[in-house]
Design a protein around this ligand. Structure first.
Ligand code: MEV
Length: 313
């Protein structure tokens, strides 16, 4: 007897970090990447099989603490003892790259466990359980990653408010590039919290500016104005760099993208590593930007066609 659950990666177009402080964010599902969790009946202790670890759940390493917590809490919600099943996780979402892999692992695993035990799962309970994992992963989650990895609509997201799906009325391409450096969402989120204490006014201004830029980005998308969106992305990257969540490699890749003809570029996700995104007007420029980013040291790129919501690797 077995059951599976799936989820997808996400890209934050605008609003990372400021979303934690109640400002809006604009995010896209990243369906080129996904996770599949399979729960299989066994006998005896619960076992885990994922890229980082194979063995008893009770002996899983520290870095999987959030996953162990989510499995334990989900079994408790289901009134099931922690025994007699194996959990196998297969992922094409690169971990620690700002693509929501930790939330996506939780979403796929919770779904698989609910199916395995043949219980209905509401979206509210799914988000609540996923945020247990996210709280362990970085302390103060906005809920954006849980929302994006459990759904397939672009969202205008404000913490604690109902999600607002919206169509991507934009004739443009997005190139996503992986720096090859693990992102440090927890450290970056904590460092902004510290900055808020030492320089409250400057930090508040930057966070509020990022919020206004996310609103302007939504207007630009709705009006099919990629040039305006590109300008807002460049401005957002400057604010994020000011807040200390960029790094040298991200700054370099942003510059390379803009020099190669991108309308705008910025880091995406937690920052300090992870990924950056660049917006281009057409497919040819997207290909040129992608190859320039690879030449400049990016380890992987993906191209995302925004207008009709198609993606190609
Ligand atoms: C991480 O993908 C996005 C952050 O804004 C944190 C969060 O929203 O919880 C940095």
């Amino acid at each position: 007897m077995k059951a599976t659950g799936t989820s997808n990666g996400k890209i934050i177009l605008m609003g990372e970090h400021s979303v934690v402080y109640g400002e809006p964010a604009v995010a896209l599902p990243f369906l080129a990447t996904s996770i599949e969790t399979t729960v299989t009946k066994t006998s005896g202790t619960v076992t885990l099989d994922c890229v980082f670890y194979q063995g008893a759940l009770s002996k899983a390493p520290e870095r999987l603490l959030n996953l162990v917590a989510v499995i334990t809490e989900t079994a408790a919600r289901l009134n099931q003892p922690l025994q007699d099943f194996n959990i196998t996780i297969k992922s094409t979402i690169p971990p620690e790259r700002g693509m929501g892999s930790s939330a996506a692992v939780a979403v796929a695993t919770i779904r698989a466990l609910y199916r395995f035990f043949e219980e209905p799962l509401s979206h509210g309970v799914l988000l609540e359980l996923t945020n247990i994992s996210e709280t362990i992963a970085h302390g103060n989650p906005s809920g954006l990653d849980a929302a994006m990895t459990s759904g397939q609509d672009p969202l205008f997201f404000i913490k604690g408010q109902p999600f607002v799906p919206f169509p991507l009325n934009l004739t443009a391409y997005l190139v996503v590039a992986d720096t090859g450096i693990s992102g440090q969402t927890k450290e970056a989120v904590n460092s902004i919290a510290d900055l808020y204490k030492t320089a409250p006014e400057l930090t508040h201004t930057a966070i509020a500016t990022l919020g206004r830029l996310a609103e302007q980005a939504k207007v630009a998308i709705e009006g099919n104005k990629p040039v305006e969106l590109g300008v807002h992305m460049n401005q957002a990257h400057e604010q994020l760099a000011f807040l200390g969540v960029s790094n040298r490699m991200l700054d370099d890749l942003v510059q390379v993208a803009v020099k190669t003809g991108a309308l705008g570029a910025k880091l995406t996700g937690g920052g300090r590593g992870g990924c950056m995104i660049a917006l281009t007007a057409d497919k040819e420029t997207a290909a040129a930007v992608s190859s320039a980013l690879l030449d400049a040291g990016a380890v992987n790129t993906w191209t995302y066609q925004m207008g009709d919501d198609k993606r190609d690797d």
